[in-house]
Design a protein around this ligand. Structure first.
Ligand code: CDP
Ligand code: CDP
Length: 212
């Protein structure tokens, strides 16, 4: 039924996808899946094994053996995991291995999923697709604040440069590149706080699902 929908939330790094998607899921009473965590888990395990995250054979072997425990391992948000995740995410075999899990997650009860290709590839028929963006400066600042509050000392410029390189890799790859679905609603959060972004997103959800 329409009250158990799939809601796709895509966009670049630190746009506020996860914060928004989690809140939408709570509001609608459906499960939430952070699909970036799957790619992070693969990238992290490849790094921890001493292999090169750019080596497709190593990444594919890890993706094939991925377990739920890998999604709660330490270091999934570490800076070196960011780059490793986006390297393994460019490999078609890795993406194919993660697809069933994502589709099964939303199948029975509906779900909110956030990532890069939810509206374009994972659930192309989702009734609600949001593409969340913000200026590169705002996103770098948000990620930098998060790192500061975790006690990591890192320059804003370094965060911005790493993020720009990762976004370029995610948007430029051939396999499920990061881009808005044709029927996605764009939500620019540059000047919105999380509360305002949630309100704007809920207006879209209500309209698309005819919730009144
Ligand atoms: O999932 P994604 O990487 O897109 O972003 P996030 O982890 O949800 O949010 C990154 C940071 O931006 C968090 O510290 C949020 O509190 C903050 N933020 C937000 O989520 N939404 C806004 N509209 C403004 C800031
Ligand atoms: O939180 P943040 O936006 O920085 O990243 P994330 O959502 O955790 O995703 C980490 C990386 O996984 C991205 O840079 C992408 O390379 C990849 N990813 C993807 O390719 N497809 C998805 N559906 C989700 C993440």
């Amino acid at each position: 039924p329409a009250t158990r929908p799939i809601i796709a939330v895509d966009g670049p790094a630190a746009a506020g996808k996860g914060t928004l998607a989690r809140r939408l899921a709570t509001e609608l009473g459906v499960p939430y899946l952070d699909t970036g965590l799957l790619y992070r888990a693969v990238g992290r395990r490849v790094l921890d094994s001493g292999a090169d995250p750019a080596d497709p054979a190593a990444a594919e072997a890890v993706a094939r053996a991925l377990t739920a425990e890998d999604l709660v391992r330490p270091g999934l948000r570490a800076p070196d995991t960011d780059g490793a995740a986006s390297r393994v995410a460019a490999m078609p075999a890795v993406r194919a291995l993660l697809l069933d899990f994502q589709r099964n997650f939303g199948r029975d009860h509906g779900a909110v999923l956030d990532g890069r290709d939810i509206g374009t590839v994972v659930f192309p028929a989702a009734p609600v697709k949001l593409y969340v963006t913000a200026s590169a400066e705002a996103r770098a600042h948000r990620r930098w604040l998060e790192r500061q509050s975790r006690g990591e000392s890192v320059a804003l410029e370094a965060v911005a440069a790493e993020m720009a390189a990762r976004d370029a890799r995610d948007a430029g790859r051939d396999a499920a590149p990061m881009k808005p679905a044709e029927d996605a609603v764009l939500l620019d959060t540059t000047t919105l706080d999380a509360e305002a972004a949630f309100a704007a997103a809920m207006a879209v959800v209500r309209a698309k699902l005819n919730l009144g």
